[in-house]
Write a protein that binds this ligand. Structure first.
Ligand SMILES: [Zn+2]
Ligand SMILES: [Zn+2]
Length: 273
């Protein structure tokens, strides 16, 4: 049914679904993060802020406009991959019973793990001399990003970022429902990484599994220092290839300590990191 719907709507319909869908999920996650952390709880949660300064309106507008442009590029990539001439060569399947429910779950996990590796190595490449100035520097103009910065890319970087859809399309069977769940997962981490507030408690990041989770501190430091902390969802590539910023653990500890002090004694906690 979804396949027929997609084909019946043509290229304009595919573009609208892909670009519009990406825009809606971005607005949902980024506005929730912004409203909660930068407006409603701004003062009360200041102790969790990685960098004390708040982004100005000009920055927010630029983050938003660049993100909208990226979604248009994602929409164009969707036109290619869902084009009637290309679609039969992909491994997308639209009848959920064509593969087991276990596969549906596995395909989501596979997309997360593959995208995590894809992003890390793409990100390392974007930091090469060849590509940094012409592409990735745009994303790095925000050295203290807000939740609206998650998709604020140079158009060439947006092509690379959206290119993951081609990896999924041709490598293993993917149902639109799995893709939808994956996109929600991805949005959570992308907006979380640019939130600028450390929300993970110490017990979580000190646990065996939580230690490998990417944190908002981690990605904020990447924007602040330009080098190190290239991870997206998990930090294992950074750990394995020794690209964790040397100040990361100390910075994370300091922010989590402020939060712990705040809980114990709200009056004594330092408000300005
Ligand atoms: Zn970067
Ligand atoms: Zn970023």
């Amino acid at each position: 049914m979804f396949e027929e719907f997609l084909l019946s709507k043509g290229m304009v319909g595919t573009f609208a679904i892909a670009a519009g869908g990406n825009f809606l999920r971005y607005c949902l996650f980024a506005s929730l993060g912004y409203l909660l952390f930068y407006i409603i709880m701004k003062q009360r949660w200041q102790h969790m802020k990685v960098q004390s300064a708040a982004p100005g309106r000009k920055q927010l507008l630029r983050e938003f406009l660049l993100s909208v442009m990226a979604f248009c590029i994602f929409g164009l990539e969707a036109i290619i991959v869902f084009h009637p001439a290309i679609l039969p060569y992909t491994q997308f399947y639209f009848d959920i019973h064509q593969h087991s429910m276990a596969w549906l779950g596995c395909s989501i996990l596979l997309m997360i793990v593959i995208h995590d590796a894809y992003f890390y190595w793409m990100h390392r490449l974007l930091h090469s001399r060849l590509l940094y100035r012409t592409t990735h520097a745009t994303h790095h103009t925000f050295n203290n990003p807000s939740p609206w910065a998650g998709y604020a890319f140079h158009p060439i970087e947006a092509i690379f970022e959206g290119g993951i859809i081609f990896v999924f399309a041709f490598d293993f069977p993917v149902h639109p429902l799995a893709l939808f769940v994956f996109v929600l997962w991805s949005s959570f981490f992308v907006v979380g990484g640019h939130l600028g507030y450390e929300v993970y408690p110490k017990w979580l990041t000190n646990s065996k599994v939580g230690f490998y989770l990417n944190t908002s501190t981690n990605h904020n430091m990447h924007h602040k220092y330009y080098r190190g902390n290239y991870a997206l969802y998990f930090r294992w590539w950074d750990i394995g290839f020794n690209t964790t910023h040397k100040e990361y653990y100390k910075t994370l500890e300091e922010i989590q300590q402020r939060t712990a002090s705040m809980k114990q004694n709200p009056q004594s906690a330092a408000l300005n990191p």
